[in-house]
Design a protein around this ligand. Structure first.
Ligand code: ADP
Ligand code: MG
Length: 606
């Protein structure tokens, strides 16, 4: 654009020269009059047009004949008539007058002329030579505007702009550049841009090389300012951009870099907290689609992130204890209060049922809501166990008190019944049998009670648990055969010894196996296996193929007198739990209706 402006200036200059030649009247005459490129008007002292040359007539799109005889006032806009007055006045004193004169053309638009009027002769004729400068004036205005615009851009720009010459010396810089380079304008003028480059590294040299090859470049470097400050500047270089000078535009991107860095850091911080949290954290959007889940969450739900992201929140609520109505209520709560919390149980893909405590917060940021949750299965189980062991303790204390009291009269009863049986003449065998079995039933109940009684002389020793199990299985095999039940046993070789009380362990195994036999009236297999699961735990499992136990009944197992059998005592499992507890072990029951039940016993090895 600058080139264009310069070209126009040159053209204006030559035109000026031409006009001057004409105005000086170097070669007057008709030829000049009719062939001149400039317009010529001859008018008299009354300002009446006497003659015009073709060039003028053409420039205002009128016929010569239309113009001759008219007054100059008619072709000059009214508000410029003062110019004609002025001309008249000046012509009285001077030989010639110069100026700018607007004239109407045939279609009533205004043409601007540069004019020179001079006295033609003594008879009061004047000659006005006019040159159409409409376009020139327009251009001049445009140039002025462009110059202003350029100055505005240069001075006011937010980006630093530096002009430098071939030897690298800075010749001009705007205010923004001074600010960026922490220099005054004068200080900057003495320097070169490369003085500020912090490291003249390979990269810097490549940038310079490429700049000279391509003529322009855009890149980024670290600059060291005179006050010791480092700045990352983004720059655009354009060689020979204005009048042979080179231009570089700078922008300080240090802040942006710092911001990006702190953003990255805070994102990292958030990640660490998110992933490191002990609670499960689930993020979901307003479409209830899962957006993110942390590691604890994946572990608790036993699903990987990849399987979850994009899935609906409902998909993990699969097989949970919350009804659709309750779920809607939850969602309503979230929407009305921005949060909600509660408990729910979910059956995981692995088939395990887990209990969770959760809390929802709506729209924690841009449409993302958060659910935090905790696996409280173990806590609930522990509470349950605590409740059971509490009852067990009470029973134990009771048992200690009563059992002996009952036992003594029982011994007396048993002795006398035997005596009576021998001395009664009639055959009452049936009655005696009933009495004897009922008495032995009472006996076994009392025995089980006694195990619960606290102070017992139990001796814990290191024993081979497989051996104890083998003996128990042998003991029960007769009864098993009777029920058409067979054993399958798997004992891990070289199991470490378990610290336990042999008779009590036997009691545990007998109770569980007996129950197993009793739930398989049509026979089947009882699978017993013992194996080490870790350095400090051994796992004993006893699996039957019986009826199974409904889920809601499993937690009742071990409660005193809980039995579903007509002649059951409901004490067997209670004793079992008690003994395992005393051995610092745990029992888990896994059951499927119609398929069978597995009792898992875990005993500590040390
Ligand atoms: P009892 O055997 O005298 O009923 P237990 O304490 O041994 O008392 O067992 C309590 C109850 O637990 C049983 O009545 C039965 O309903 C249930 N139970 C125990 N073991 C099993 C099993 N292997 N399969 C199904 N139900 C069982
Ligand atoms: Mg039983």
């Amino acid at each position: 654009m600058n080139q264009e402006i310069r070209r126009l200036y040159a053209r204006i200059e030559t035109l000026e020269k031409e006009k001057n030649i004409l105005a000086n009247g170097n070669s007057p005459g008709y030829n000049l009059f009719s062939h001149s490129k400039d317009g010529i008007i001859i008018f008299d002292s009354e300002e009446k047009i006497v003659d015009v040359n073709p060039s003028f007539a053409k420039s205002i799109k009128m016929d010569k004949q239309q113009l001759i005889g008219r007054s100059l006032c008619e072709i000059v806009p009214e508000n410029k008539h003062f110019k004609l007055e002025k001309q008249k006045e000046l012509l009285k004193k001077n030989k010639s007058v110069r100026g700018i004169l607007p004239v109407y053309n045939g279609s009533r638009s205004i043409i601007e002329f540069d004019f020179t009027t001079s006295t033609l002769n003594e008879r009061g004729l004047y000659m006005c030579i006019l040159r159409d400068v409409t376009n020139k004036r327009l251009l001049e205005r445009k140039v002025k505007k462009n110059e202003e615009l350029y100055a505005d851009l240069f001075i006011e720009a937010l980006d630093g702009i530096i002009f430098w010459c071939g030897n690298g010396e800075i010749i001009d810089a705007n205010e923004a550049a001074c600010r960026i380079f922490e220099c005054t304008h004068d200080e900057l003028i003495k320097k070169e841009i490369k003085d500020f480059v912090y490291e003249k590294s390979e990269r810097y040299r490549n940038i310079v090389k490429e700049m000279f090859i391509k003529g322009s470049i855009r890149d980024e470097l670290v600059f060291l300012m005179p006050n010791g400050q480092f700045k990352s500047l983004e720059f655009t270089v354009k060689l020979n951009s204005v009048e042979g000078y080179h231009m570089t535009i700078f922008r300080n991107v240090s802040e942006r870099h710092a911001m990006e860095k702190s953003l990255r850091e805070s994102e990292q911080k958030f990640r660490m907290i998110f992933e490191g949290a002990l609670e499960g954290i689930l993020l979901w959007n307003d479409q209830f689609e899962i957006v993110d889940i942390n590691q604890s969450g994946q572990r608790m739900l036993q699903i990987t992130k990849d399987d979850l992201i994009g899935a609906s929140l409902h998909s993990i609520l699969n097989d949970c204890n919350i009804t659709d109505d309750e779920l809607k209520e939850q969602i309503r709560n979230i929407h009305s209060e921005g949060q909600s919390d509660g408990n729910l149980s979910i059956t995981l893909k692995t088939g395990r049922k887990k209990f969770f405590e959760f809390s929802n917060k709506l729209n924690i940021f841009s449409n993302i809501s958060m659910t935090t949750f905790k696996d409280i299965t173990e806590k609930l189980e522990m509470e349950e166990q605590l409740r059971k062991s509490d009852t067990l303790n009470v029973i134990g204390e009771l048992a200690a008190g009563i059992a002996h009291e009952i036992r003594n009269p029982m011994t007396a009863l048993k002795g006398f019944i035997q005596l009576l049986e021998g001395s009664v003449k009639e055959d009452h065998t049936m009655y005696f049998n009933v009495i004897t079995t009922e008495l032995s039933r009472i006996d076994s109940i009392i025995n089980e009670f006694l195990i619960l009684a606290k102070p017992q002389a139990v001796k814990f020793v290191e024993l081979d648990i497989s051996q104890i199990m083998k003996e128990t299985v042998d003991l029960l095999s007769a009864q098993a055969v009777l029920h058409n039940v067979q054993f399958r046993t798997y004992y891990e070789q070289n199991l470490p010894k378990v610290f336990c009380e042999s008779n009590q362990m036997k009691k545990v195994f007998i109770n569980i196996i007996k129950n197993a036999i009793e739930v398989m009236p049509k026979g089947g297999y009882i699978t017993v296996s013992i194996q080490k699961v870790s350095d400090h735990k051994v796992h004993i499992s006893i699996k039957d193929e019986g009826t199974g136990i409904p889920a809601h009944k499993i937690k009742k197992l071990g409660e005193p007198f809980y039995t579903t059998k007509e002649r059951g005592t409901g004490l067997g499992l209670m004793v079992t739990y008690k003994i395992i507890e005393e051995h610092k072990g745990t029992i888990e029951v896994e059951s499927k209706m119609g398929e069978g039940t597995v009792f898992h016993i875990y005993l500590p090895l040390i």
